[in-house]
Design a protein around this ligand. Structure first.
Ligand code: C2O
Ligand code: CU
Length: 463
């Protein structure tokens, strides 16, 4: 595959050939800026100092980008960080050149440089954008935000809240971000898990509600590795979409909702708690339920709707068909602590597990660590792909496919919901199917970002 150096020399050569300045300065007026820069925010309680973060436009989460289905997004990304960066629009069926994967779909944008993102969002839903160069560090430092694509006709709710869940690894004294992003332990175990949990950058987020108010909650798990196990108290709820894609019918949320890193869920909730009480979005932590977001109930109750919400309209052309003639691909995931990996290739060279540990590389896909010259699958546009994944490790992984949504295919052949990120537990074998209708080089990786950084990354080519 093309290396970062190739990209840089290509773009430099192109600039010379066309006599262009390195960064185009003729600013098209419609390109709003999105600037990644260091900033300080009050993450921890007020008795602590502010936390130095990296944020889009200096805020965390970054500015909410909200458009209508089918609308065009045009953003000039400016990098004011001390290292190269890029922006990935997670979950969008996007033009490959705009996918924002440094080293695969574009060169990393160097400090002081810019890149123009310009794409159309064909599907309504809850998405997010985040840094995609050295993601384990850049996402952990705060480089993410919500990207909301509204349906032509909004569902019947009283209001909507976007809730971005994250955990931060902070020094307990200074409240500063732990700068060890290559921790051997995090890489070889469950990833970088934080000690400080927040929603929209607030550890004590409280949203005032009325009894019987109907809310749409758009949940986004932006954590590096944490799996959120969520439930409701004082609210009755339904899941209406997963990873941006509507479910056929609203599904009552009477148990827990499990959200792996990168995953999203849209809920509709009715507040049942009474004035003076507090409803909660709960997170279960070591069997204990903690409040993730509080919803204090006050004022006059609204009239109860009494009926479950209607399903959202489907997004266009997303059927998984042609399985009879699908290309079958197998992915074996191995490695990590307490795993079965004896040896694997790293940059084409065979290494023993001990050597891999020394190199701080831990995870193999089909016997290879990290990106390989040849893709996991190389298919013609329109081809249906059936991908069987075996998690032969002791840890869960959140496998994210760029640019394409898939459905899980059950043992009995039934389809699961459309998703872009599949959470898999240790020992599981799961099969997904998708129609490779979007040409380009698409990354497929674990969204536990320490895992991606230490081997769990491959790609699919659609031509
Ligand atoms: Cu949300 Cu490859 O990323
Ligand atoms: Cu993983």
């Amino acid at each position: 595959m093309t290396t970062r150096r190739d990209f840089l020399s290509h773009s430099a050569a192109a600039a010379v050939a066309f006599g262009l300045p390195r960064t185009a300065r003729a600013v098209a007026p419609q390109f709003h800026e999105l600037k990644a820069r260091p900033a300080a925010v009050q993450l921890a309680p007020p008795s602590y100092p502010k936390t130095e973060i990296w944020g889009y436009d200096g805020v965390m989460p970054g500015p909410e980008l909200r458009i209508s289905q089918g609308e065009r997004v045009q953003r000039r990304f400016l990098n004011e960080l001390p290292q190269a960066s890029s922006v990935h629009w997670h979950g969008i069926r996007i033009d490959n050149a705009m996918d924002g994967v440094a080293g695969l779909t574009q060169a990393g944008v160097e400090p002081g440089e810019s890149f123009d993102y310009d794409f159309v969002a064909p599907d309504a839903g809850t998405y997010w954008y985040h840094a995609h160069n050295r993601s384990v560090e850049q996402v952990a430092r705060g480089l993410y935000g919500a990207l909301i694509v509204e349906e032509a006709e909004a569902p019947d709710v009283d209001r909507e809240e976007v809730l971005i869940l994250d955990d931060w690894l902070l020094d307990p004294e200074t409240a500063q971000i732990d700068p060890d992003f290559t921790s051997r332990h995090d890489r070889s175990h469950a990833g970088r898990r934080g000690n400080f949990i927040a929603t929209n950058g607030k550890y004590d987020l409280a949203l005032d509600v009325r009894q019987n108010e109907r809310l749409r909650l758009r949940l986004i798990n932006a954590a590096n590795a944490r799996i959120f196990v969520l439930s409701l108290a004082g609210m009755e709820g339904w899941t209406i979409a997963l990873d941006g894609m509507p479910l056929g019918a609203a599904k009552p949320l009477d148990d827990v909702l499990i959200l792996g890193p990168g995953q999203r869920a849209d809920l509709i909730v009715d507040v049942t708690a009474e004035p003076g009480e507090t409803a909660h979005l709960l997170r279960s932590d070591d069997q204990e339920d903690m409040s993730q977001v509080a919803f204090p109930v006050s004022g006059q109750a609204l009239a109860s709707r009494r009926v479950p919400p209607a399903a959202l309209p489907r997004n266009p052309k997303m059927e998984v068909s042609g399985l009879e003639s699908a290309v079958s691909v197998r992915l074996n995931m191995q490695g990590g602590a307490m795993g079965t990996l004896d040896a694997a290739t790293l940059n084409g060279v065979r290494k023993t597990f001990r050597q891999l540990v020394e190199a701080n590389e831990f995870w193999a896909f089909n016997g290879a660590i990290g990106m390989t010259e040849t893709p996991l699958a190389d298919v013609a546009a329109g081809q249906t792909v059936k991908l069987e994944i075996y998690n032969d490790t002791s840890f869960p992984h959140a496998m994210h496919l760029h640019g394409l949504h898939f459905r899980e295919i059950g043992q009995d052949g039934t389809f699961g919901p459309l998703r872009d990120t599949l959470l898999m537990f240790g020992g599981e074998t799961r099969t997904i199917g998708f129609v490779a209708d979007n040409p380009g080089d698409w990354l497929f990786h674990c969204h536990m970002l320490s895992h991606a950084a230490s081997g769990m990354m491959t790609w699919v080519r659609v031509t």
